[in-house]
Design a protein around this ligand. Structure first.
Ligand code: PLP
Length: 384
């Protein structure tokens, strides 16, 4: 049975161009960019090329790109680093309840270190209101963080408007843009952000490579200390192959973005139309909001998402219940909890996330078999 992978928001396979850029740097050209010999200088040149490429895509300066080992690390450096660097100005940070755990856990760390955290509630699309954000900023607020696109719902936040509010208030603004490459424009000037996080494995680059954009003049305290790599903001010998793979994958993701979005949106719309037409008592989460082209979050009344996922898996279909990190737990994810769904929908939220590997036949197969699976899961639930 050919498997159908509908979990691209969890991770994507590294594309051939990224792997091709990485292989020499893992094999014959695997040197330390900090070494002063010719081999080291060649490694440094490769690192610089990748940094310039990422900067070009983001509309940033090369000096503003810091490579990290993951999206999570990028987020942690941004939030804990910016808050600590501004500790003498104030200790209040603003975020939302619908962020990825990378953000929420960094906030918990700050909170236990004495910071006050405002976690703004979200609407039924997982989004906050610009006015509510503005009202939450206080004289002692130093940092704010709002994700560009929600990983469970695909909803897109009005980052430029939020960042403008933060800027007027003198608050450093971070956005977790991990889900955005290949799907949204990423110009940091247009977005108006001071800090922006990305992660290569979400856009067909390798796992274990991320980056943080740090607008010039934004104070950030290093969280991993040691050598002077990455402008002193992230010590440790660089994962040069991973960084090169990230850069190639990002360039291609943004170059192919327009065509990708058109193709995926058509597939997603067909998937959603097929499912809602064939299955009673389903809800599209965030349907009214601006959304990523590739994510469908669908709540099935009277269904356990975990059970339905197993049934789909047995049929060769890989999907997810909200975020991957929450999968395996029977509780609705924190994002689903925040949406205010009626009780009988809350445990039945599935996320389908489309990507390069999907073609129309695959969505048709899902549409063809899902009604029966949902009916069976509902029937079994009614018996117990
Ligand atoms: N932020 C968002 C929105 C994500 O979806 C993810 C990945 O699950 C992360 C951060 C963390 O990225 P990484 O897996 O590279 O640590």
């Amino acid at each position: 049975m050919t498997r159908i992978y509908l979990d691209h928001a969890a991770t994507t396979p590294a594309r051939p161009e990224a792997v091709a850029a990485m292989l020499p740097l893992l094999r014959e050209s695997s040197f330390n960019p900090s070494s002063i010999h010719a081999e080291g200088r060649a490694a440094r040149a490769a690192l610089d090329r990748a940094r310039h490429a990422v900067a070009r895509v983001l509309g940033a300066k090369a000096r503003e790109i810091v490579f990290t080992a993951s999206g999570t690390e990028s987020v942690g450096l941004a939030l804990v680093g910016a808050a600590r660097a501004a500790a003498n100005r104030g200790r209040h940070v603003v975020t939302t309840v619908a962020e990825h755990r990378a953000v929420l856990r960094a906030m918990d760390v700050l909170e236990s270190d004495g910071w006050a955290i405002t976690r703004l509630p979200v609407d039924s699309a997982g989004l906050i209101d610009v006015d509510a954000f503005s009202a939450a900023l206080r004289p002692d607020t130093t940092v704010a963080s709002v994700m560009l696109a929600n990983n469970e719902l695909g909803s897109i936040a009005p980052i430029a408007a939020l960042a403008a509010v933060a800027r007027r208030a003198g608050v450093v603004f971070h956005s977790d843009a991990v889900q955005a490459p290949g799907l949204l424009a990423l110009d940091v000037t247009a977005l108006g952000v001071d800090l922006l996080s990305i992660s290569a494995h979400k856009f067909y680059g390798p796992k274990g490579a991320g980056a943080l954009y740090v607008r010039s003049g934004t104070p950030v305290a290093a969280q991993i200390v040691g050598g002077s790599q990455e402008f002193g903001l992230r010590a440790g010998t660089e994962n040069l192959a991973g960084i090169a793979g990230l850069a190639v994958a990002l360039e291609l993701a943004q170059a192919e973005r327009a065509a990708n979005v058109v193709r995926l949106a058509a597939l997603r719309d067909r998937l959603e139309a097929g499912i809602t037409a064939a299955i009673p008592e389903v809800r599209l989460n965030g349907a009214g909001a601006a959304r990523l082209a590739n994510v469908s979050s669908i709540a099935f009344a009277g269904v356990s998402a975990a059970t339905l996922l197993v049934r789909l898996d047995l049929e060769g279909i890989a999907a997810s219940a909200g975020s991957a990190c929450a999968a395996g737990s029977l509780e609705p994810s924190h994002v689903v909890e925040a949406l205010g769904l009626p009780a009988h929908y809350r445990r039945g939220v599935l996320r389908f996330s489309l990507g390069h590997s999907n073609a129309g036949g695959e969505t048709e197969r899902v549409i063809a078999i899902l009604p029966q699976l949902v009916a069976e899961v509902r029937g079994a639930a009614a018996v117990v």
